[in-house]
Design a binder for this molecule. Structure first.
Ligand code: FAD
Ligand code: EPU
Length: 345
């Protein structure tokens, strides 16, 4: 007789009613290793989660889900910077607040991003002009087959826009157990994005930046405790400068951001908005009215509702602009991660 599945509804911020065969909360790397070995022994799939704020479960998971709950924040003061060693299972926003309360600056632009500290390097979280890579010193990862913990310094992490080595070579067999941050004492506010440009660089303190970021986020992003969502569902697309020039000619108000690589980044939210999709519904899923890049679980959505909505959004944008959006969110099937573009194509 198979054992009853455990609900994952509280462990995915989309609030989907899915389950896993086994759920384990692990507060140390030995417990993670043991859970992995048992899964290997039973030939069952295995996945580690933080707060489930960047995953879409497509169906029940027929294996073990481990919630990373490794805690601990150690702070060392050096001449030029504070060095923090943070357990992967520490809540990111709480870390941001705790550092500011201690007079340690540098994380304020990344306030209110859901999830755990150990997940931050995976997609190189970013908001309001700052990315994780800007404050990362190192990432420590447990290699499951050998149970060794290895340390990768920032340069080795291959950070990019919503990207890192942890989505590629180190996607399988590794679990992030800690991150090391380096926060410079010589603080310069980053005020380049959104309403932050209204702050005076000569007088703005880190709390001013924190409060402005929280205010901007709360005015457009739904609170996952109230409305299920995973933040931006799609990545902002990177296109060639030739394609961008043609689009700018046709759509003079299109927001665009030239990149150092020569490519141009577009605002996926604007593209979706221009298709008139704000508030568009499929079953219980909908496009958020305040921010078209966010898909919400409005009313007991199923994974299929979200997939079907994402499929329609992608097609509508593709047909109108010939720009094909790719999910930022990680799609998880019964036996592990699935290719998100394939699922919604
Ligand atoms: P999870 O969703 O639990 O996991 C994400 C992926 O990482 C999964 O594939 C999982 O298997 C893997 N994983 C998790 N932990 C580990 C580990 N320890 N080792 C190895 N693999 C692991 N992101 C931004 O970048 N910027 C934003 O501004 C932003 N805003 C958001 C706003 C809202 C309202 C929401 C809901 C999400 C937002 N996000 C944003 C996305 C999300 O917060 C980040 O991607 C976050 O880092 C995910 O953390 P998590 O702990 O929930 O990861
Ligand atoms: N826009 C619209 N309509 C919309 C949404 C956006 O016209 O419905 C326009 C805005 O007016 C603006 C542009 O699109 O000109 C960009 O919008 P916004 O500033 O809200 O940022 P975004 O590109 O939608 C990105 C990140 C967010 C991050 C913010 C702030 C991605 C995929 N998303 O959103 O990250 O918080 O910038 O830096 O890069 C996440 O990754 O989950 C996430 C929320």
């Amino acid at each position: 007789m198979s054992s009853p599945y455990t609900s994952l509804q509280a462990f995915n911020t989309l609030d989907l009613a899915i389950s896993a065969q086994t759920l384990i909360v692990a507060d140390n790397s030995d417990a993670i290793s043991l859970a992995w070995k048992n899964s290997q022994h039973s030939n069952l799939p295995f996945i580690v989660l933080g707060e489930g704020s960047n995953v879409l479960f497509l169906e029940d998971f027929s294996g073990t889900v481990v919630i990373n709950a490794i805690k601990g924040i150690a702070i060392e003061e050096q001449d030029e910077a504070w060095h923090l060693h943070v357990g992967a299972g520490e809540n990111w926003h709480s870390l941001v607040e705790q550092t500011l309360k201690k007079g340690i600056t540098g994380l304020e632009n990344l306030a209110l991003i859901p999830g755990m500290a150990g997940s931050a390097p995976i997609q190189n979280i970013g908001a309001y002009g700052v990315e994780f890579k800007d404050i990362c010193h190192y990432v420590e990862a447990l290699h499951l087959p050998t149970q060794k913990i290895i340390r990768l310094y920032r340069e080795e992490c291959q950070f990019g826009y919503r990207d890192s080595i942890f989505k590629h070579e180190m996607k399988s067999d590794y679990v992030i157990v800690a991150v090391g941050l380096r926060l410079l004492k010589q603080w310069q506010p980053v005020l380049s994005y959104g309403d932050l440009v209204k702050l005076n660089p000569a007088t703005a303190c880190a709390w001013d930046v924190f409060n402005a970021v929280c205010h901007m986020r709360q005015s457009k992003l739904p609170d996952p405790h109230i409305t299920g969502n995973v933040g931006s569902f799609f990545k902002n697309p990177l296109i060639s400068d030739e394609q961008a020039a043609a689009l700018i000619k046709e759509w003079p108000t299109i927001p665009y951001y030239p990149q150092a690589s020569g490519d141009v980044k577009l605002a996926a939210g604007w593209l979706i908005d221009q298709c008139g999709l704000k508030g568009y519904r499929v079953g219980g899923a909908a496009v958020h009215r305040q921010q078209a890049l966010v898909l919400i679980n409005e009313n007991h959505a199923t994974p299929q509702d979200i997939v079907s909505l994402a499929h329609q959004v992608r097609n509508r944008v593709g047909e109108k602009f010939d720009v094909w959006l790719e999910p930022e969110v990680r799609f998880i099937g019964a036996r592990g991660e699935r290719n998100a573009v394939e699922v919604i194509s």
